[in-house]
Structure formats: structure tokens, C-alpha cells
Design a protein around this ligand. Structure first.
Ligand SMILES: Cc1cc2nc3c(=O)[nH]c(=O)nc-3n(C[C@H](O)[C@H](O)[C@H](O)COP(=O)(O)OP(=O)(O)OC[C@H]3O[C@@H](n4cnc5c(N)ncnc54)[C@H](O)[C@@H]3O)c2cc1C
Length: 374
């Protein structure tokens, strides 16, 4: 086993840290406070090539790999989880097209996403379900060479900024198919923005699909094969969520170490107290375990392996770890941890989101358990 990063990965790691500190960190509180999607930061990330890390040059990427994707997201999320999540979630549409698109679809729809010329969104969740594909109610009927899509999709990340959507709907055979839908088509409507506990400024909206028409050729993958597209794309995105969780938890530890060194109680810094040291040590050891789990899963993907089980393990562990670590950070900060003027409470709210979005923890456990007992 080689636990060393390559020279290129080391460089990506250090430049993304620098970028996160200089460009993202000064904006983090404002993004959270205003809930405004940070388009200018996205433009800067495009220049850094952060939307094309995992994909080869022939499709507009840098071919740096999935581990580089995880490294960058960790550093971005350490500054602002919303910004890390923008890069992380972008891989859903990209991976769907890369694995399941025809060559013509890759050229037309994947390349602009990878180059960062446009953003994509991924429309699976509905009012009636986020976990159960059988309960998907959106319909796509074939009429005169076009699919006509009707339905409602909830909690769609970046919908407010996306130019292209991967939409899941039941075709006329009753099976789920995936469709590439430009968001400019008639009937693709953004409704209420989703105001969430954390991950604010993520552009998540309710989307209505009101007789949306796309050419037959916009079917992605096999007809009726939409669930497979979803499972594969989500397995990669889970690495991104694990990396976000590690980044947020690391930020909470950084702040806690600093605060514990400055805060005086009983005439000495609280960092000298065994209880505080216990918190710091627990936080550090859990983060380190999560970090290597996330890196290893990304590495397996770089090796060309399926990571459906490994990424469920990484997401489950890292999201729970981030919730626990940020809770400990709140405790180290005492009453100040609860204040809006300090970043710890934002980290705590953001960490909670990692247990929910891209599949709740209970679904991750179900995936892992079925892998164990099959
Ligand atoms: C900020 C944010 C961004 C999101 N972005 C997107 C996006 O871009 N695209 C998209 O399609 N969706 C998105 N989602 C939706 C998200 O993926 C779903 O909310 C999530 O999968 C859970 O679905 P649900 O809320 O419908 O929960 P439900 O499926 O209703 O589940 C509710 C609870 O029931 C339990 N449960 C359900 N099924 C099982 C099971 N099989 N085994 C055990 N327990 C179970 C769990 O405890 C679960 O928490 C986003 C959500 C948020 C909050």
C-alpha cells in the first residue's frame, strides 16, 4: 500500500488550500448569511479547473483523477461547505454522461460541464420520495419522436444556476429512465428556493417539469436504465460528500485548537484542561480516520473499481464523524460556539447536511448491509 500522494496531487492539494484561504474563506459567512449562490467564486473555480479534475483531456478535463477531486473538495469545504458542495455535486451530471452517454452526447453535453462553461443539476428527489425509486412519479412519454416529461422534483441543488439537468422519470414502460434536459426548454420551471439548515447558498430549488419536451436522442443510457445511471453517479458523489465532511470537521478542529489556546478559565488556557484535550484528541483521530477512508475510496475509483459499497461506508462514517466533531467543537467554544458571529455554529449546521443529502445514513447502512449478507 502506498499512502503517498503523487507530486501532482500534492500540488493540487496545496494550491486548493491556498485558493480556499484566499478566495473562499473570506466569503463563507456571507454566503451562509445571504443564501446567495456564489457565481463569482464559481467563475474563479472554473479558472482553477476544479470542474474537470476527474475527466480526461479529450472531454475538457485535466485527467487529475477522483483523488484530486476529493482533495480539492476537502480544502474548499474547510473554508465553505457550500463551495465544496458545488464542485462535489457537479460530478453527478458529469459522471452520468461520462459513464452512460454516447460519444455524441459526451461531446455536446459533457464537455461544457467539464470545462465549467455551464453547471448541471441532478433531478431525482420528488415530494413523495428521496430514497425509494419505485415511488418516482415523474412521467416521460414518447410522443412523435420526443419525450414529454411531467413531474415535480424537490431539493434540486444548484438548479437556480444550472443550464442542464439530468432528469429521472418513468417512461411509458413504467421503468425509470434518465434524460438530458436543457433548463432553458419550455416547461422547466424553478419554483420555491429550499431554505435549509445548512449548505445555504447552494441554489437548491423545487423544479416543476410542465410538459417538458426533449428529443428522443436525449435519453441517457439504456431505456429503463435510469436507476443504474443514478446509482453509479451517486456512488462517486458520495466520495465528494465524505470529503466535504472531512473538510468541515477539520475547520472545526482548527478553530477549536485556536480558541482553546486563547480562552482563559481558572487563570489558564482551557487547552490545559484534560477535558478539552480529550475533545481535541478525539476530534483529530476521528478526522484522520475519515480522511483516509475518503481518499482510499477515491483512489479505488481512480483504479477503475466500482465503489458503490466503499463510498457508502465512507459517506456514512465521515458524515457521522463531522456531526460529532462539530458538536465537540461547539462544546469547546462554550456559549461562544452558539453565536452567529463565530463560524462554529455554521460548521455544525453544515455538518448535519452531510447525513441527509445524497442519500440518508439509513440508506448507506442498507447498502453496506446488503453487501455484507449477499
Ligand atoms: C441541501 C439538499 C440538497 C439536495 N440535492 C439534491 C439534488 O441535487 N438532487 C436530488 O435528486 N435530491 C437532492 N436532495 C434530496 C436528498 O437526496 C433526499 O432528501 C434524501 O435522499 C432523502 O430523501 P427524503 O428526504 O425523501 O427522505 P425519505 O426517503 O422520505 O426518508 C425519510 C427517512 O426515512 C428513513 N428511510 C427511508 N428509506 C429507508 C430505507 N430504505 N431504510 C431505512 N430507513 C429508511 C430514513 O430515516 C430517512 O431519513 C437534496 C437534499 C438536500 C437537503
Amino acid at each position: 500500500m502506498d499512502f503517498n500522494l503523487s507530486e501532482r496531487e500534492k500540488m493540487i492539494h496545496s494550491t486548493s488550500r491556498e485558493f480556499a484561504v484566499k478566495v473562499v474563506l473570506p466569503r463563507a459567512a456571507e454566503i451562509d448569511c445571504t443564501s446567495e449562490f456564489p457565481r463569482d467564486v464559481v467563475r474563479d473555480m472554473v479558472k482553477m479547473g476544479y470542474f474537470g479534475l476527474a475527466y480526461p483531456a479529450e472531454y475538457g478535463g485535466s485527467g487529475s483523477g477522483y483523488l484530486s477531486y476529493a482533495l480539492v473538495i476537502e480544502q474548499l469545504a474547510r473554508a465553505s461547505m457550500t463551495v465544496g458542495a458545488i464542485v462535489a455535486v457537479s460530478i453527478l451530471s458529469q459522471e452520468s454522461l461520462f459513464r452512460f452517454g454516447s460519444e455524441a452526447q459526451k461531446r455536446e453535453f459533457l464537455v461544457p460541464l467539464v470545462q465549467g462553461k455551464i453547471l448541471g443539476c441532478f433531478c431525482f428527489t420528488e415530494p413523495g420520495t428521496g430514497s425509494d425509486p419505485k415511488a418516482v412519479a415523474a412521467k416521460a412519454n414518447l410522443e412523435a419522436g420526443q419525450y414529454v416529461i411531467e413531474g415535480q422534483k424537490n431539493f434540486i441543488s444548484m438548479a437556480s444556476a444550472a443550464s442542464q439537468a439530468t432528469v429521472f422519470a418513468k417512461d411509458e414502460t413504467g421503468r425509470i429512465s434518465a434524460f438530458i434536459v436543457p433548463t432553458s426548454v419550455a416547461g422547466f420551471q424553478l419554483r420555491e428556493p429550499c431554505e435549509t439548515l445548512g449548505l445555504r447558498g447552494f441554489g437548491a430549488c423545487v423544479v416543476y417539469l410542465d410538459s417538458v419536451r426533449v428529443p428522443k436522442g436525449n435519453l441517457l443510457g439504456e431505456k429503463g436504465g435510469g436507476y443504474e445511471v443514478m446509482l453509479e453517479a451517486i456512488s462517486v458523489e458520495r466520495v465528494g460528500v465524505a470529503a466535504q465532511a472531512v473538510g468541515v470537521a477539520q475547520a472545526a478542529l482548527d478553530l477549536s485548537v485556536e480558541y482553546a489556546g486563547q480562552r482563559i478559565a481558572y487563570e489558564k488556557p482551557i487547552a490545559r484542561m484534560p477535558t478539552i484535550q480529550w475533545f481535541l484528541a478525539e476530534m483529530a483521530s476521528r478526522i484522520e480516520a475519515g480522511r483516509w477512508l475518503a481518499y482510499r475510496t477515491a483512489f479505488l475509483r481512480d483504479e477503475g473499481q466500482s465503489i458503490r459499497n466503499d463510498s457508502a461506508v465512507a459517506k456514512l462514517f465521515c458524515s457521522q464523524m463531522a456531526v460529532e466533531v462539530t458538536r465537540m467543537a461547539m462544546q469547546v467554544h462554550g456559549a461562544y460556539g452558539t453565536m452567529k458571529s463565530l463560524p462554529v455554529e455554521r460548521l455544525y449546521r453544515d455538518a448535519k447536511m452531510t447525513e441527509v443529502y445524497v442519500g440518508v445514513s439509513e440508506i448507506q447502512r442498507a447498502i453496506i448491509a446488503s453487501h455484507l449478507i449477499k
